[in-house]
Design a protein around this ligand. Structure first.
Ligand code: PGA
Length: 257
């Protein structure tokens, strides 16, 4: 099955001033010319989502939030609602990032509630999965299977192909270099196998899978060189919009239609 390549960036909590992000989004919108062949998304720092949404109106750049609450509305101080995301025209939400699982203690069950809320509202969850350092392949596979199975628990199998899996090994986030292409290829292949075992071949082949963790314009090319890698999820090495655009071009060129 043909899957559309996908490349995106999360600004985490790095660029928090509206004007910086409006400049970034505007530059990105002007530079990106190939929406038919590759999807590009931007997840700005949450406080700048509104101005970024305004800047990206009528463009082909997708955007969304880096998190959301597990309920639509109610007594949940300081959280961000899917209702606001939808009002802003966001179509994506990042869930289960390592930093939220680890520092904010998000549980499998909480992530699952968010995944179900997103899917039932037509928002594509970008579900981050990854293993901690030091696991052998068998233990890493069991860890990933647990994350996938719990995230999709109770979801209609037919809805799963609008989700995106981001494979982000914990030990490769925030480093000088990404995980090796060999490792990424092996794990993406294993994850595709896990999806086939848990659901079916069609679902497994339909879910897009991107690699994240210290990807740069220098490492993206080799990482992308495998059929189970549908794109990359960029962090710090995309803060310069020209560098991010170089990565977008690499994705486009390495995944011809
Ligand atoms: P990084 O972030 O590239 O800055 O490591 C990637 C991520 O956490 O998604």
């Amino acid at each position: 099955m043909k899957r559309k390549p996908l490349v995106g960036i999360s600004m985490k909590l790095y660029k928090n001033v509206s004007n910086d992000m409006i400049d970034y989004a505007t530059h990105l919108k002007e530079s990106f010319q190939s929406p038919e062949t590759v999807d590009v998304f931007l997840l700005p720092s949450m406080g700048t989502l509104h101005p970024v949404a305004d800047a990206l109106k009528n463009s082909s750049i997708l955007y969304g939030s880096q998190n959301m609450a597990h309920i639509k509305n109610g007594a949940l101080t300081g959280e961000f609602s899917i209702e606001s995301l939808l009002e802003l025209g966001g179509t994506l939400v990042e869930l289960g990032h390592y930093e939220r699982r680890t520092f904010l203690h998000e549980t499998h069950d909480l992530i699952n509630q968010k995944v179900r809320l997103a899917l039932s509202h037509g928002v594509s969850p970008i579900i981050c999965i990854g293993e901690p350092e030091g696991l052998d392949e068998e233990a890493a596979t069991a860890h990933l299977m647990d994350q996938i199975e719990s995230a999709f628990n109770g979801c209609e199998p037919s809805s799963l192909t609008s989700a995106i899996l981001a494979y982000e090994p914990y030990w490769a986030i925030g480093q000088a270099e990404a995980a090796s292409p060999l490792h990424v290829h092996r794990m993406h292949n294993l994850i595709r196998g896990i999806l086939t075992d848990l659901y079916n071949k069609e679902t497994a082949q339909g879910i897009r899978m991107i690699y994240g963790g210290s990807v740069s314009k220098d490492t993206a090319g080799d990482i992308l060189n495998h059929e189970d890698v549908d794109g990359v999820f960029v962090g710090r090495f995309g803060h310069d919009v020209n560098q991010f655009m170089e990565i977008v071009r690499l994705v486009k060129d390495s995944k011809p239609n």
